[in-house]
Design a protein around this ligand. Structure first.
Ligand code: 5RP
Length: 242
């Protein structure tokens, strides 16, 4: 195997630590992105070496294809029904384990899968840990019909939240509009700092045409942050005092 870069070593360390938590008989959701690719490889190694019997659901076509190539059987989430655990990457992780996801454009399926799991474990390199969410663009999946009108509604929402004059770019890939696995498009919002994630989340959900956004609030249970030397730091959600 070729030697990994320091960044990839960090991703692989996080992936290995998460895969070590998988037990025989579990129902597991498989995330999307470059860190999740390491996780799918490590999981496949364990499944074959230990003859693990797992039921697996994928959060994207890309992950489904990779898993198939590695000899893993992927089922529909609806056929499994509920998952013990989902392991996924993230674009930003704050100290309360709130996340921005969707850098790979899969946040809709990722959120549905995470919400159908007892635990969401996020795997990441140290560059993903932030004090406040927002430096990474916030992906918002919108349906193509009337998308420019939807965009105006989003602009109005941002103004009410004092987030005026923020660029909102239609995501492109290879010179064309990016199309999600669900056939939708993505608007990437450059917000710098999101002071009130809950208000932004509920405001976006109230706009017709918005399918889902990349804020994952209160969904993540554990973040495993790998380092290039192979070490892993665990981040857990602070206890909420009533
Ligand atoms: C895809 C995601 C990814 O998990 C997120 O973008 C992190 O990706 P990577 O591990 O490549 O940095 O949310 O929709």
């Amino acid at each position: 195997m070729t030697e990994l870069s320091p960044l990839d070593s960090a991703k692989d360390a996080a992936a290995r630590a998460a895969v070590a938590l998988v037990q025989d008989g579990m129902r597991v959701g498989l995330g999307t992105g470059s860190t999740a690719v390491f996780m799918v490889h490590r999981l496949a190694e364990r499944v074959h070496a230990e003859n693990l019997r797992l039921r697996l659901a994928a959060t994207s076509r890309a992950t489904c294809d990779l898993a198939g190539q590695l000899g893993l059987t992927i089922e529909e989430l609806d056929d499994i029904g509920w998952l013990d655990l989902t392991i996924d990457g993230a674009d930003e992780i704050d100290p309360d384990l709130n996340l921005i996801k969707g850098g790979g454009g899969a946040h809709l399926r990722e959120k549905i899968t995470a919400a159908a799991s007892d635990r969401l474990i996020v795997i990441a390199d140290p560059g993903k840990v932030v004090e406040t969410l927002g430096a990474f663009h916030l992906p918002v999946e919108v349906i193509p019909f009337g998308w420019q009108t939807t965009r105006v509604h989003i602009q109005h929402l941002l103004e009410t939240l004092d987030l005026t004059h923020r660029p909102m770019l239609k995501r492109q890939r290879d010179g064309r509009d990016f199309v999600t696995d669900e056939g939708n498009m993505i608007l990437d919002l450059s917000l710098d700092v999101i002071a009130d994630c809950k208000a932004l989340s509920s405001g976006l959900h109230a706009i017709p045409g918005v399918v889902e956004h990349g804020l994952f609030l209160g969904l993540c249970d554990l973040a495993l942050i790998g380092s290039p030397d192979g070490g892993v730091i665990e981040m857990t959600r602070p206890e909420v005092v009533a």
